[in-house]
Design a protein around this ligand. Structure first.
Ligand SMILES: [Zn+2]
Length: 478
């Protein structure tokens, strides 16, 4: 039997608001002591009332619009009832039948062609507290309780772990472009639960699905889905039966393990939140938000290809983050439109290598777009050679100094002065009489050897073209 994979993804995103969803506590708790960012509202003391965070609504609307969703005029919050120690109130304020965004989509590249993955809904809720399990007891940190949490739910239209990864990278990228979340996976600002099932090819029926949790990197999600598809296939092949369940990904073993069989939606006994008014989203406000959306990654990538003549591959990487794309455009603006390809080469080559080696984001790099543009001018004007520029870039990266200063300080400027080079050439020819004789007897490669020796003697600073010309002269113009 040949099976096909059916995947639907639920992504939880912490929004980058200053205060929590329903109280005034700061959301900036990442490096603070446990239970330091709490108040009677997020601790769920009796008698308190929630107040809606307007910025969180705005960020959710921005995301929904960027994902091509319809924004209904009417939206409301509901209580989702379940009992778990990380839930302070015994219920979570969420959205059930009237989410902020409905029926959107995003496109991914699937085997070289574009595929649209439909998005069911984008809704807003509150994050829970954090439990820290310590052997036979657990500790609770309420700092996270009440942080605005946006959920983006896709239709079960994703057909492979590769597509799932592509979808998540796209979504992640869009969120970062919008600036609505840090979307930092390690810190839990971007968390994915994946629903996966398999079925015989061409069957329209869904078999029981597994909801896989606990993955905190794109790689882990990919591996977990790959493993899970294989496991389900094996169960069916061996004549077993699949059950609907929640499974946890274990990074160390590369496997998923069953956690609990899935409760059904009715178990949550949703009902409208009586402490909050329904919201009517003003159409002119929605249009204002739509007009203020930044250019999104896909559109920007396509523009980079047409405007700067870049390849799809290069444009994809340059627009992989908004900071990188902004840096590129700032630099091209300074260096001139004809320099786009060269700027791209430096950014994707040596500059990226330095960023990766030091685990630095381009936004905190010490080389500014102006520094890079200035350096390119110096290369263009022949003040320094290509190999020298690589070394200078590294120095710029470490010190934050401009290329001009570094060249002056380290006396790295290219030597094009013929008389200066002639001195070195003469010395090299005296020291390498064998190579000179070889050249005289017709061995062309001896010339390259001599050029190499002069470059070495000048620590790469001599202009190689000038060196070659002078050696030819000295060898008798052959
Ligand atoms: Zn609070």
């Amino acid at each position: 039997m040949v099976y096909e994979i059916v995947i639907g993804l639920e992504v939880h995103v912490q929004l980058l608001t200053r205060s929590k969803m329903f109280c005034r506590c700061s959301t900036d708790y990442a490096s603070t002591p446990p239970n330091s960012h709490v108040c009677p509202v997020c601790l769920a003391m009796p008698g308190v009332l929630p107040v809606i965070n307007e910025k969180a609504i705005e960020y959710t609307v921005m995301t929904a619009l960027a994902l091509n969703c319809t924004i209904p005029e009417y939206t409301k919050f509901d209580r989702k009832n379940y009992f778990y120690p990380d839930l302070m109130k015994g219920y979570q304020i969420s959205q059930y039948d009237a989410p902020i965004g409905k029926r959107g989509w995003l496109t991914i590249d699937s085997n070289g062609s574009k595929k649209r993955v439909n998005i069911t809904r984008v809704h807003l809720e509150e994050d829970t507290a954090k439990l820290l399990h310590r052997g036979d007891y657990s500790l609770i940190d309420v700092n996270r309780s009440g942080v605005p949490l946006m959920e983006v739910v896709s239709e079960p239209e994703i057909s492979s772990p590769e597509e799932a990864r592509d979808y998540l990278i796209r979504l992640h990228n869009i969120l970062r472009y919008l600036g609505v979340s840090t979307a930092n996976m390690e810190e839990g600002s971007f968390r994915c639960d994946a629903n996966i099932s398999i079925r015989p090819v061409a069957s329209k029926e869904f078999l029981p699905k597994a909801e896989v949790k606990n993955m905190n990197s794109f790689k882990a999600i990919y591996q977990a889905l790959k493993y899970e598809a294989g496991r389900q296939g094996k169960v069916l092949e061996e004549g077993g039966e699949l059950v609907q369940e929640t499974r946890g990904w274990i990074d160390e073993t590369g496997t998923t393990v069953t956690q609990r069989t899935k409760e059904y939606a009715e178990d949550y006994r949703y009902f409208p939140e009586p402490d909050l008014p329904p919201l009517v989203l003003d159409r002119s406000w929605i249009e204002e938000i739509r007009a203020s959306l930044p250019e999104l990654p896909e559109a920007r990538r396509d523009r980079f290809m047409t405007q700067y003549g870049l390849s799809l591959y290069d444009a994809n990487i340059l627009t992989g983050s908004r900071a990188m794309a902004d840096y590129f455009e700032d630099c091209v603006k300074l260096a001139g439109p004809g320099k786009a390809k060269i700027v791209s080469n430096w950014l994707l080559g040596d500059f990226s290598r330095l960023l990766n080696a030091t685990n630095t984001g381009i936004e905190s790099a010490r080389i500014s777009p102006k520094h890079l543009a200035d350096m390119l001018v110096l290369v263009d004007n022949g003040v320094m050679s290509g190999p020298t520029a690589k070394a200078v870039l590294e120095e710029m990266f470490q010190t934050g100094k401009g290329a001009g200063d570094i060249i002056r300080e380290k006396k790295l400027s290219q030597i094009s002065d013929a008389s200066e080079i002639k001195e070195v050439v003469k010395q090299v020819m005296t020291d390498n009489a064998g190579a000179v004789a070889d050249y005289a007897s017709g061995k062309q490669q001896a010339l390259m050897f001599l050029v190499g020796q002069v470059m070495k003697a000048t620590r790469g600073r001599a202009n190689p073209g000038v060196v070659r010309d002078i050696i030819m002269q000295e060898l008798g113009g052959k």
